[in-house]
Design a protein around this ligand. Structure first.
Ligand SMILES: Cc1cc2nc3c(=O)[nH]c(=O)nc-3n(C[C@H](O)[C@H](O)[C@H](O)COP(=O)(O)OP(=O)(O)OC[C@H]3O[C@@H](n4cnc5c(N)ncnc54)[C@H](O)[C@@H]3O)c2cc1C
Length: 511
């Protein structure tokens, strides 16, 4: 692509791209140019998730440099042992695009660049509101909005808090479902529980109406005044002394963290006012505990009466089923709408390579079959709970984001089993623009809530993302025998009937 651009010049190059890769996978340059594609999708009952897909064209060297310099905490970064190693930066994997073909990647430059990214997301909300008549969604990546190191640190503290809780209850499993009470905690600290600092800690621990303990008031991470370094401290059960669960964070870094959350909050508030729903993408496992936690807190804040914020769950991870159980329990106890996008996951090769190189356990399922089993198990669990309690609307909504026909069929079968109607709009389906139209369009036409994930942005700025997608498709084409066959048949039909430039328009209305 780069060579063609040099030889053909900008104009001709853009024309060629629009007639090929760009035209296939990207809807257009801006909110006006994408309109025909969105209208055509809508005419077949398909709605859109807009994704402003510009990506900086950085060399590997530059990407590594930026990532490493943005990841060194001003207070230093302590080497960790065991699984916690995962939450530390590693030079060899600093280029987060390594072996990732289908997801966009942001590299931190400075706070001003994050502000610009926020502005782009805000414009994207206008584009969704303007073009999709309240049916659209927009995708957000949290790594675009702040310094990634802070997500690593928050992820680490979340994992340490879980380990701490597990040590306390003497077992493994799901933190929330341990159902520990303040009295259990007092017993755990034994004589130390009379120490003033331990008593102070116990006072601040939150427990819900059933008396079940939450180690930290996580909702505090959205508060302007919360100080990360001071908040995540626990008594050492052996000595009774308070110890930090988070590595030291400087005041400047604390401010950057607040900035990241302010930006996300601004985006969601605007989306709320514009009647646009927000899907937060899942990224690498070393960011994911933080992304998921922040997303859950945003759901708690904004999803009180409706679905506004959606989290993403990657079912190629061994831990995802338990994560979903925990989050479902929180949503039920705290009474907010839980919106989830279920995907297999886009980072598997990088996850595996990183785990092997750094010497921690591979977080992903061991085979493609195991990933499918995990996806289906999560789906089954969620759909069994989707129907709201008698007379109440469902507070669970799920997007089955997959190109896998068996998974889509399985979801439909489960919907029938649980008497969930396509028009209930609590289960929807999502595929990428330009891929598996033979799955999305029949769903939309049959009255299911069907979405296309629609990238858009100027040709040159979308190219880095697009060229990686083109690379992915090399492997993908080998897999999609059926789609290739269908496309060839249609091309032959159009040629034989003189309809080479045929642009079908349907007469369907999306649910
Ligand atoms: C609307 C939409 C939104 C998406 N958003 C996100 C997102 O936010 N975050 C994200 O990470 N991904 C996201 N994805 C990408 C998605 O996770 C998958 O990478 C992609 O869709 C392929 O999975 P599939 O279910 O479509 O198809 P399939 O072709 O059936 O599955 C391929 C997937 O199986 C898994 N897999 C492949 N080989 C193995 C193996 N040897 N062992 C274990 N597992 C294996 C991998 O996850 C691989 O991507 C999104 C996809 C869509 C359609």
């Amino acid at each position: 692509m780069k060579r063609l651009r040099q030889v053909a010049g900008k104009k001709l190059f853009e024309m060629i791209m629009k007639a090929t890769f760009y035209g296939q996978f990207v809807a257009g340059e801006d909110q006006n140019k994408i309109r025909p594609t969105l209208d055509r999708l809508r005419s077949f009952g398909v709605k859109s998730i807009l994704d402003y897909s510009v990506e900086e064209d950085l060399s590997q060297e530059e990407a590594e440099k930026r990532e490493v310099s943005a990841s060194i905490s001003q207070c230093g970064d302590k080497e960790e042992e065991g699984q916690l190693k995962q939450y530390h930066v590693e030079q060899r994997f600093a280029d987060r695009r390594y072996k990732v073909t289908s997801a966009r990647t942001y590299f931190y430059l400075n706070e001003a660049a994050c502000e610009r990214n926020m502005e782009a997301f805000l414009k994207s909300i206008d584009a969704v509101a303007d073009t999709t008549q309240s049916t659209g969604l927009m995708a957000v990546k949290l790594t675009a909005l702040g310094r990634p190191q802070l997500l690593l640190q928050l992820s680490e503290v979340i994992m340490r808090a879980r380990n701490y809780m597990q040590q306390m209850v003497g077992g493994t499993g799901n933190v929330l479902t341990h159902h520990k009470t303040i009295e259990d905690l007092q017993r755990y600290f034994g004589d130390h529980s009379s120490k003033p600092e331990v008593q102070e800690f116990m006072k601040q621990i939150t427990s819900d109406k059933e008396g079940i303990v939450h180690l930290f008031p996580w909702s505090g991470i959205l508060d302007k005044d919360m100080n990360l370094s001071d908040s995540f401290r626990v008594p050492d059960p052996k000595t009774g002394q308070m110890r930090r669960l988070i590595s030291q964070i400087s005041p400047k870094e604390e401010e950057m963290f607040r900035n990241m959350l302010r930006r996300l909050n601004t985006i969601i508030e605007k989306a709320n006012l514009s009647d646009v729903r927000v899907m937060i993408d899942a990224e690498q496992t070393y960011f994911q505990p933080a992304i998921s936690r922040i997303c859950l807190e945003m759901m708690r804040r904004f999803n009180k009466n409706k679905f506004l914020v959606f989290n993403t769950y990657q079912t190629y991870l061994k831990s995802t089923y338990n994560e979903i159980l925990t989050d479902l329990e929180q949503a039920e106890r705290q009474n907010f709408y839980w919106g989830a996008k279920l995907v297999r996951g886009a980072y598997i090769e990088q996850e595996r390579a990183r785990a092997a190189a750094m010497g921690y356990e591979d977080p992903s399922c061991e085979s493609v079959e195991a990933t499918t089993a995990s996806f289906h198990k999560c789906l089954k669990e969620i759909l069994s709970r989707v129907k709201g309690r008698e007379g109440k609307p469902s507070q669970l909504g799920i997007m089955v984001a997959s190109h896998n026909e068996d998974t889509v069929r399985y979801a439909i079968q489960l919907m029938q089993q649980h008497r969930i109607l396509p028009g209930d709009k609590v289960v929807c389906f999502g595929q990428l623009l330009g891929m598996c139209d033979h799955v999305t369009f029949p769903l939309g036409q049959a009255g299911y809530s069907a979405y296309k994930y629609v990238p858009y942005g100027p040709v040159v700025e979308v190219l880095p993302y697009l060229s990686r997608r083109a690379n992915e498709n090399r492997g993908f084409l080998a897999k999609i025998k059926k789609e290739k066959g269908l496309l060839l048949k249609e091309i032959a039909r159009r040629i034989l009937t003189g309809q080479v430039f045929y642009k079908p328009v349907g007469n369907y209305k999306p649910v």
